[in-house]
Write a protein that binds this ligand. Structure first.
Ligand code: FES
Ligand code: FES
Length: 863
């Protein structure tokens, strides 16, 4: 018997178990989140006898007689202060990490009531946040400290909700205090637990599966194989390329170590691993294809029926060859970038359960209608029979676009007619979901004597791993953006996405553009040197401006503000002792002629305007965006507006949260619905007079397909632009980043800053420390070895918002920034090192930097 005190209550357990399981599963204190189960992320931080501790590595036998405080155990005053301070500072995005930060902050403030930024950062170094870049979290802790010291009353809210106001995120308090429910925080009576048995071999023939021993385990409910899938055993985010096996059939060949061979269902969570270990599988182990070069060899085995090439792109405009021949300066460079892992804080989880003749699913992916479509296809049933309710996601960054757990939960619940939860362990998450593409890139770029770009050629080969996922569109975006946001017309860009037996690669913040931006911007630094002008100057001379023609032929609209971005950072760049600069762009929306529609209903119910769209919030705050849009248009108070969570029975299809599209697309469909509501409000006089009315609107972003033959095709409805300067100190540490962003109308400045700071921190990792090493196609990283930046590593970040001369005619002029936030960082940092030692680093993460000397964790940077 173990006895501990939790939040001043004495509790006992006759079983030894991990503290986190005792808190979450037995006491139902779900504010303590499980991000990694391995002591690496800090999301499970609690206080044990006055000191912070990780609930995931402590077991009850080590805690007998100890006093434990969880987020739920804060005093009412502490709860009010932290909830206010984190909302006011804009420190909450997906929120999964925040209760852990609050507990670390509480411990710090108990001993140091007036800490400075460096002290706070140091105290928070055990807590990882993948969304915010830590700046706002440190600000929130300072604010909370001040409020505690000065006994400041909680200021009363008086928000109008209008655009540009620092309106508090609607979900900030519940996320700060851990009371918001992520999928794994929920249970259902009679719920079963399922987990997939996965192949240990990246490429092996599954000869025979023996579930017999597992089936006689007393907790085993069922063991399913591919033969049990009633509909289509192939899924895939893009309906026309469904090549991903729900499970591998006996006789078929695995394609990576995430492939499921059997699905085990247990009546007890604790028994799952044991039951899985009892399923025996005979394999014929085959040689894996570890690289695109190996897959493209003439005698390589075919990994898919269609062969080993997923897609090809060839973009041609003007005469690149001729332009390069006539150029005064030409640089030719090979660049190499690795797979990287999203490392979102919340591991994937889904619950499915019977509802009428169909299923109800609780999920946290990037699009409930994608989940509905793919699960229905697998089950061979009408999509309408699957009712999906989206939950807050603890981050995604593209890594939750594909099915990971949803289809397995749906399959088990459908076959058993019982509720089933599927939760990935952190190690499974690292192995299974698609990564950022590794790419090999050859870039040839030329300019004239004045540094004016003349032409470029590029050959890009992406390793798309085992399955298609979004590898085709990612390659396409890498190619369409490869020439940069510059005003020249001679391009020849070839791309090939190649299947291998590595984990699949797919969407990841930047969607291929992070890779090609690194190559193009680094090439510009070399060209500037040859032309005898500064890296800033070469960008400014070539920067696209409204009415100019981008290399893909699209005419830049009046909102384009790349030159303004560069002007904004010029002073900092020129005054810095050692600095690099990069500028880039990123599309909003799917573009290239693809159907891309967002829909919104505003209904008046219970005297409130209820915004109903299926747009998934991965932490970016779409509910806050739509709320502010409605307040702006209608003049309603935010108290009268409620943004509903995604639900296929309530919220119309707003499309996937991808391609930086939800702010402009769902922002516009919401704006249109709000205009209708406003007109009716003017007639009716009050919201209550419109009780029961619904206002429906949609927005279709019309663009031209690739190769449509138009001279000036409109590839995307809009582009956002940015320019970033990274400064180094004498030791080679990044000390400051100054970035200017053109994201059109800024709906919520604090939230936008936070999203950009998080993107920049992610960009630092991409540039300097993050990697996803593979050993014969098998990932070897743990969460703690991915190279993620921690609070003391992040330098000073200064964000500026700039606007072009005109405004986009949708969403009150707002463009997406989610991906652009990350893209220029790596090339800016590479440029800074180039300026420092003249060595162009062509691989990521970069070698020979302050951060690559094996001294992780790194020294705190001054702030
Ligand atoms: S869940 Fe405990 S440190 Fe990550
Ligand atoms: S807000 Fe910190 S991980 Fe999302």
């Amino acid at each position: 018997m173990f006895t501990i005190t939790v939040n001043d209550r004495v509790v006992t357990s006759d079983r030894n178990m991990k503290l986190i399981d005792f808190l979450r599963d037995v006491l139902r204190l779900t504010g303590t989140k499980n991000g990694c189960s391995s002591g690496a992320c800090g999301s499970c931080t609690v206080i044990v006898d006055g000191r912070t501790a990780r609930a995931c590595i402590l077991s009850l036998d080590k805690l007998n007689g100890k006093k434990i405080t969880t987020i739920e155990g804060l005093s009412d005053r502490e709860k009010e202060v932290y909830a206010w301070a984190f909302a006011e500072a804009g420190a909450v995005q997906c929120g999964f990490c925040i209760p852990g930060f609050v507990m670390s902050a509480k411990c710090l403030l108990a001993s140091s009531p007036d800490p400075d930024g460096a002290e706070i950062a140091s105290a928070l170094r055990g807590n990882i946040c993948r969304c915010t870049g830590y700046v706002k979290i440190i600000g929130a802790v300072r604010l909370a400290a001040m409020m505690f010291r000065e006994n400041t009353p909680i200021p009363s809210h008086n928000f109008t909700g209008r655009l540009g106001e620092h309106f508090h995120r609607v979900d900030a308090p519940e996320k700060t205090l851990g009371s918001g429910l992520y999928v794994d925080d929920r249970t259902v009576p009679g719920m079963l637990y399922a987990s997939a048995l996965r192949t240990p071999y990246p490429r092996a023939r599954v000869l025979r599966i023996y579930p017999g021993l597992a089936l006689v385990h007393p907790d085993c409910e069922a063991v399913f194989t591919a033969a049990d899938v009633p509909g289509n055993n192939k899924i895939g985010h893009l309906a026309h390329i469904s090549d991903w096996d729900v499970m591998i059939h006996e006789g078929d060949v695995t394609r990576y170590v995430g492939d499921a061979v059997a699905l085990v269902v247990s009546r007890s969570k604790e028994s799952l691993d044991k039951i899985k270990s009892l399923v025996r599988v005979d394999y014929e182990v085959l040689e894996p294809m570890t690289s695109p070069a190996m897959s493209l060899a003439p005698d390589a085995p075919k990994l898919h029926e269609r062969g080993n090439i997923l897609s090809r792109e060839h973009l041609r405009r003007g005469d690149a060859e001729g332009a390069l021949e006539k150029s005064a300066h030409v640089v030719e460079t090979h660049f190499s970038v690795p797979f990287t892992e999203h490392a979102f804080m919340e591991p994937e989880c889904a619950i499915a359960m019977p509802e009428g003749d169909g299923l109800l699913m609780w999920t946290a992916g990037q699009g409930i209608y994608d989940e509905q479509r793919e699960c229905a296809r697998m089950l061979g049933i009408d999509p309408e029979m699957i009712h999906v309710q989206g939950h807050p996601a603890g981050g995604g960054f593209g890594g939750k676009e594909d099915m990971s757990v949803q289809h397995h939960a749906a399959l088990a619940a459908w076959l058993l007619k019982k509720p089933v939860k599927v939760l990935l362990s952190r190690d499974e998450s690292i192995r299974i979901h698609p990564k950022r593409h590794a790419m090999e890139m050859d870039f040839t770029v030329g300019c004239d004597d004045n540094g004016i770009l003349t032409g470029m050629k590029a050959v890009i080969v992406s390793d798309t791993g085992a399955y298609a996922s979004l590898g085709g569109p990612v390659l396409q975006r890498a190619c369409t953006h490869a020439a940069g946001p510059y005003n020249y017309q001679n391009i020849d860009i070839e791309g090939t996405a190649v299947y291998t037996n590595n984990p699949p690669a797919g969407a990841f913040r930047g969607f291929g553009v992070s890779q090609s931006a690194f190559a193009m911007e680094s090439s510009l630094n070399l060209l500037a040197q040859k032309a005898g002008i500064s890296p800033w100057e070469i960008r400014y001379r070539n920067a696209i401006r409204p009415g100019g023609i981008l290399p893909n032929g699209q005419i830049a609209d009046d909102s384009a503000a790349l030159r303004e971005c560069l002007e904004k950072v010029r002073g900092v760049y020129e005054k810095a002792a050692t600095a690099g600069v990069a500028s880039f762009f990123k599309n909003s929306g799917l573009g290239v002629g693809l159907p891309d529609t967002s829909r919104c209903i505003i209904s008046v119910e219970g005297g409130k305007a209820r915004i109903r769209t299926s747009a998934a919030c991965m932490g970016q705050g779409v509910a806050t965006v739509t709320t502010q849009m409605v307040c702006e248009i209608t003049g309603l108070s935010p108290c009268d507006v409620i943004a509903e969570p995604p639900d296929t029975r309530r919220t119309p299809n707003a499309g996937t949260t991808t391609a930086s599209r939800q702010t402009p697309f769902t922002g516009e469909s919401t704006r249109r619905a709000a205009v209708m509501l406003k007109e009716e409000l003017a007639r009716a006089g009050s919201l209550s007079a419109l009780e029961g009315r619904e206002f429906y609107a949609e927005y279709l972003g019309e663009t031209d397909p690739m190769g449509c033959g138009k001279e000036f095709p409109k590839s995307h409805i809009a582009y956002g632009y940015a320019a970033t300067v990274a400064e180094l100190d004498d030791e080679g540490r990044v000390t400051r980043v100054t970035a200017a962003y053109d994201m059109g109308t800024v709906i919520n400045p604090k939230a936008a800053e936070g999203q950009i700071e998080g993107g920049i921190a992610m960009g630092f990792g991409y540039a300097l420390t993050e990697d996803y090493p593979l050993d014969g196609c098998v990932p070897t990283a743990k969460y703690g070895t991915l190279g993620l930046f921690r609070a003391p590593d992040v330098p000073e970040i200064n964000i500026h918002f700039v606007r072009g001369p005109g405004e986009l005619d949708i969403a009150c002029g707002a463009k997406g920034v989610g991906e652009l936030a990350t893209i220029p960082t790596a090339p800016a940092v590479a440029g800074a090192y180039f300026a420092r030692d003249g060595k162009l680093r062509t691989k990521l993460p970069m070698d020979d930097t302050f951060y690559s000397r094996g001294d992780r964790p790194r020294s705190p940077a001054p702030r």
